[in-house]
Design a protein around this ligand. Structure first.
Ligand code: BMA
Length: 379
């Protein structure tokens, strides 16, 4: 009798262990959305494979405008300089929540849709950020006051209905992105970025870690389970950070995240200081990604107006190319913003770092459009 009990117990525990390990591996093989479309699942697994091959270069608003030009069909500052488009195309939905015809940087949403389709048809990757207004005050993403803005958007909060109506518009936009055969275009969605800094209402001192975690979770579950949006991979991203603990302090949980990233800009001429910090944060990011089985990426980077003609190969690339991340997205080439301000992060023809950028991009490890077209990331 005793022996039989032991045998049964042994079998039961073997079955329990087998089932739970199946559960763990099931969690690890697919994206956070278990109902993600086939193209989205393929992009997810191909991004993981690509880590061994190279790093894709991306650019925000690349097809819409550059330094000294706007809305010229087929044009791109990266293409002007290197002969090829970027592999990753960044776009931004801020003001979609207000039913505005164009985003906060003036890009019309209908044009943006066409650019997204163009990039996807070429085999490129699409990522979208959202500098959404403060739901509590109606002012911009940079309006930190008053505390409680993030909590107001949660269920039970006074702006939850308003926030849901914003997400309805995000869902409609995402579900309107279709390829030639009617399939949904996969998008790496990057809401609530730089959430360890205090410049947005969703970050740093302006809300508690618990509030922003809940808001990230609510946003994703609402889009996925209520609105049925299944063409998104979710990127979690901080700004520069000091420690792993800081990085994970506002992390919503493994079941909500596909891509882990951070944003870092070089500010000022101290290359050594920037390189040391960039190297350290990339190493920590890779550790976190490995531990959590996520895809690491540099979700925004740049050195404003590129004053160093060999920055790409001597500074940025020298560090980047010792790491394995899926992509690095340069921020937008807004060009002349006012009499005193010009903004760009990749060179345009004739800019002093243009030759060096081309050299950097010529490296086998650095991937532009043509490289990823060959890799067929959606198949
Ligand atoms: C910032 C600048 C702004 C822009 C904002 C959102 O870094 O480029 O001009 O409005 O991003 O795209």
């Amino acid at each position: 009798m005793m022996n039989l009990q032991i045998i049964i117990l042994r079998y039961v525990s073997i079955i329990v262990i087998a089932v739970s390990s199946l559960h763990v591996s099931a969690q690890n093989i697919g994206p956070a959305d278990s109902k993600a479309t086939p193209e989205t699942v393929r992009l997810y697994s191909n991004l993981k494979k690509l880590l061994a091959r190279g790093i894709m270069i991306g650019h925000q608003d690349d097809l819409a405008y550059g330094v000294n030009w706007k809305y010229e069909d087929g044009r791109s500052d990266i293409k002007d300089v290197t002969g090829d488009y970027p592999a990753v195309y960044g776009w931004e939905l801020g003001r979609l929540e207000n039913d505005a015809p164009a985003n906060l940087d003036g890009v019309p949403f209908d044009k943006m849709k066409e650019y997204i389709q163009d990039g996807y048809e070429r085999g490129g990757v699409i990522t979208i950020s959202w500098h959404l207004n403060n739901p509590l005050t109606g002012k911009s993403a940079w309006d930190p006051a008053p505390a409680g803005s993030a909590a107001s958007a949660l269920p039970g909060g006074e702006k939850n209905e308003l926030y849901k109506s914003w997400l309805d518009k995000i869902a409609t936009f995402m579900q309107s992105l279709k390829g030639k055969n009617g399939e949904l275009i996969p998008v790496i969605f990057r809401p609530f970025h730089e959430l360890n800094g205090s410049w947005f209402w969703w970050g740093g001192k302006n809300c508690t870690p618990d509030e922003i975690k809940k808001l990230y979770q609510f946003t994703e579950t609402y889009l996925r389970d209520v609105k049925g949006v299944h063409n998104l991979l979710y990127a979690f991203n901080t700004d520069r950070f000091a420690t792993k603990e800081e990085y994970l302090g506002r992390y919503p949980g493994d079941e909500y995240v596909d891509i882990v990233g951070f944003d870092i800009y070089q500010r000022g001429p101290d290359n050594e200081k920037y390189m040391a910090e960039f190297d350290r944060t990339l190493t920590t990011l890779e550790d976190i990604a490995k531990e959590k089985n996520k895809i690491p990426a540099l979700t925004e980077f740049g050195y404003g107006t590129l004053p160093d003609s060999t920055w790409w190969t001597n500074v940025f690339g020298k560090v980047l190319q010792t790491h394995h991340i899926a992509y690095a997205l340069a921020w937008r080439n807004a060009g002349r913003k006012s009499a005193t301000e010009t903004e760009f992060y990749v060179p345009y023809t004739g800019q002093s770092s243009a030759e060096d950028f081309k050299k950097f991009c010529d490296s086998k490890q650095i991937l532009l459009q043509r490289d990823v077209t060959k890799m067929k990331l959606y198949e």
